[in-house]
Design a protein around this ligand. Sequence first.
Ligand code: PMV
Length: 350
Amino acid sequence: SSPQMYVASTTAPVNIAVIKYWGKCDTKLNLPTNSSLSVTLSQSDLRTHTTAACSPTFTENRLYLNNEPQDVSGARQQACFRELKALRKKLEDADPALPKLSEHNVHIVSENNFPTAAGLASSAAGFAALVRAIADLYELPDSPTDLSRIARQGSGSACRSLFGGYVAWEMGAAADGSDSLAVQVAEASHWPTMRAAILVVSAAKKGVSSTSGMQATVATSELFEHRAKHVVPKRMAAMKKAVLERDFESFAALTMADSNQFHAVCLDTMPPIFYLNDVSRASIRVVEEINRVAGRAVAAYTFDAGPNCVVYYEEANEALVLGALRRYTAGVAGWEAQEVAASVPEGFDV
Ligand code: PMV
């Protein structure tokens, strides 16, 4: 008989941080210099779909992303393969009847339905989907928090995409990274009126990768040290409270302040890193103006390592917020497309 092939498929959604991760204290284990908190977006909007397969006939590990073969020899991919295989090996050692999948190579086929590496958290969804697909293939009993430790080693922010809703990545204190993991703060259904709009200012790949940007920041920025030590711990507590109380005004104030401080820290890096462009800054001004006219914060902008703008708002203010954003950003040079993901962030079955 021909050798058996084992297959599992999954999807993982993008998450957009409202308290940003920026800075590593251990580049090998991806241990962060501060905790972070994000909102996982709906699967129907931005997600990675991944299939993992293994067979004794596979002669090497392989990874295809959007039909392009990828290099899997990197330390981040290797760490994910190695850790997942070790967990499978434990199961096989405990139950000799199980097929020895840990001895096979793995083939991974992934597809993003959004621009890769354009500051839209593609690596977050990508590594979360990779880890979930292989964990499903191996029938691992491990919880999303357990798996978040592995996904973190692929890409830091990926650990937060193993949950839907509102997710904290607690930085931890252990040198081996065992307590640097993701926990769910609240389900998406806790705050059903929350929406996110994504303005795709540019689908081009970002100029400075998050890894090299973070390293430069850690090495050169004094503002960064102040942020990590004195600002983020307070903001993490305040953001959790805002989410649990569904307090949009506090959520918005913290989200915008944290995005602005992250980009200030980038500017304080030597040489400075510029992720925002004129369209990004125009989007900030529109949101600030919407909030001024409304007399309170009804919209909150945030930007990751790229110029694309994510705006959070509540359902009741959708016409107001999206109407103004569309009106004032339509004619701006550099605007390629406008995609609105006006949907409920949702969890996925675990
Ligand atoms: O996970 P990485 O290494 O791609 O870094 C992500 C960094 C930000 O997106 C800018 C912030 C965050 O917390 O997601």
